[in-house]
Write a protein that binds this ligand. Structure first.
Ligand code: GLY
Ligand code: MN
Ligand code: MN
Length: 456
């Protein structure tokens, strides 16, 4: 954890030394300040069943799931910490103070495990940590629960992190591919609490997109309008949740042809489209992943509308292919069929057959969504890419056309247009429910919505 070699408080080189008199003065006359009694996380009623499902896959084995470590940003400043998604899923604990903590599933007989959390408890009000330690001191980064409080929060027995070093080895999630795979596959189907968290993420994201539309006049006037947009969305994400679930893509004009344009350092031109791909992550760490492609003037030109309509038709075909039992690849193929036929109709491709359309689509048309934006990434192909959809899975459908500005296969008027439409859906008993329907998708709907948000 980039720990300094010395054992004293982690102070900065510009911190003044402490006199004995001050140290003595700091060490007393602090009133008790316990956390409120009722701090049990609502999700703690669900985590035992999650742990039991993992336990059943590894009878008799010690399973170690670290929250992860702090990472230095520069000198004595760390990056913001986000616990590993598997740790969050199994414990319900999501705060920055989870850095360094470890969940251990200790074999308890041949068929079950006992969960034990190794945690760094609240700084005691003796010694110097609480007022001098920049990384863990209560007066520097805030109060952590003590062991009893942590136990009450998570409903898991808690032990001091110092004890962790004495444990014999076991399977470690960050190193053991069978364990990592199990943790991904167990998260493929979401429970109703998770779907509710994802809906909250989507709803906050929709509010963030509205904020962006309202801010367009300011953004258009700024020399780095893309950054202005990133900032406006980021404000909503931090205000409502933990932040953005991934780096916001604010891509105007031909920048939209770069799939993950996160430099966001361009100006906005009212004649162009803006591709905004952004998601709010809740405090419980579930993220939305939504893209809208908007005309910066408020009105699509006819050629922009032509491209947009084709991507929308592809997305409609993809959404229609979602249902339990359908192959995961079906919706992607449905999207691509429409795109290939459209490109052939425009004369860009000689034929809709084959895979030459991929020059203009570049990436696949969707992925699982949950605690990670590209969720369940360690699942085996037979459970995910080559698997079938199941009720309770949440995924994106996000076809796009990326018509590069220097692509000589394209008529000049199409060059430099990038369109992606990305929505979040949950698989239901007989199809799929659109979670992000609060944001318009049709060109007319977008124009009407933008007009409403920017008028007066
Ligand atoms: N925002 C990344 C993606 O859409 O997959
Ligand atoms: Mn996506
Ligand atoms: Mn996206």
């Amino acid at each position: 954890m980039d720990e300094p070699a010395t054992t004293g408080p982690r102070t900065g080189s510009h911190d003044l030394p402490v006199s004995e008199e001050l140290a003595g003065f700091m060490s007393g006359q602090w009133a008790a300040s316990p956390l409120p009694g009722d701090i049990r996380l609502p999700v703690a009623r669900l985590t035992p069943a999650r742990r039991a499902r993992l336990s059943a896959r590894f009878p008799g084995e010690r399973l170690i799931i670290p929250a992860g470590e702090l990472k230095v940003r520069s000198n004595d400043c760390d990056h913001r910490f986000r616990p590993h998604s598997a740790y969050a899923w199994l414990t319900g604990l999501t705060g920055e103070e989870q850095a360094g903590h470890v969940l251990v599933l200790e074999p308890d007989g041949p068929h079950r495990h006992e969960a034990v959390l190794y945690v760094r408890p609240r700084s005691p009000r003796v010694g110097e940590e609480f007022y001098r330690d920049r990384r863990y001191g209560e007066f520097w980064v805030g109060r952590r629960p003590d062991l009893a409080e942590a136990e009450r929060m998570a409903g898991i027995r808690c032990v001091h992190l110092d004890e962790y070093g004495r444990l014999p080895s076991g399977r470690v999630a960050s190193q053991d591919s069978a364990l990592a795979t199990a943790l991904s596959e167990l998260r493929l189907v979401k429970d109703s609490w998770e779907v509710d968290q994802l809906q909250q993420a989507v709803d906050h994201t929709a509010a963030g997109f509205e904020d962006v539309v309202r801010a367009l006049p300011r953004a258009l006037a700024h020399p780095r309008g893309e950054r202005w947009i990133e900032g406006v969305f980021g404000l909503r994400a931090r205000a409502e949740g933990n932040g953005t679930g991934y780096e916001t893509i604010a891509a105007s004009g031909a920048h939209a042809c770069v799939l993950h344009w996160i430099r966001n350092d361009g100006p906005l031109d009212a004649r162009d489209l803006l591709l905004l791909d952004a998601g709010v992550e809740t405090d419980t760490l579930y993220t939305a992943d939504i893209t809208r492609t908007l005309p910066l003037s408020g009105r699509f030109t006819s050629v922009q509308r032509q491209v947009y309509d084709l991507v929308l038709a592809a997305q409609e075909a993809g959404i229609a292919a979602l249902k339990p039992g359908a192959a995961f690849r079906d919706f992607h193929q449905a999207c691509m069929r429409v795109i290939a036929e459209g490109l052939a109709e425009w004369g860009v491709l000689k034929s809709a057959e084959g895979d030459l359309h991929r020059r203009y689509t570049l990436c696949s048309s969707g992925h699982m969504l949950g605690l990670d934006v590209h969720d369940c990434a360690r699942a085996r192909a037979e459970a995910y890419l080559d698997g079938v959809l199941e009720e309770g899975q949440v995924l994106t459908v996000e076809p796009g056309l990326y018509l590069q500005p220097d692509d000589e296969t394209l008529p000049p008027e199409l060059r430099g247009i990038g369109v992606r439409i990305e929505d979040d859906l949950v698989i239901t008993a007989d199809g799929a429910r659109l979670m992000s329907g609060a944001l318009p998708r049709t060109p007319d709907g977008i124009e009407e919505w933008m007009g409403r948000l920017t008028d007066g």
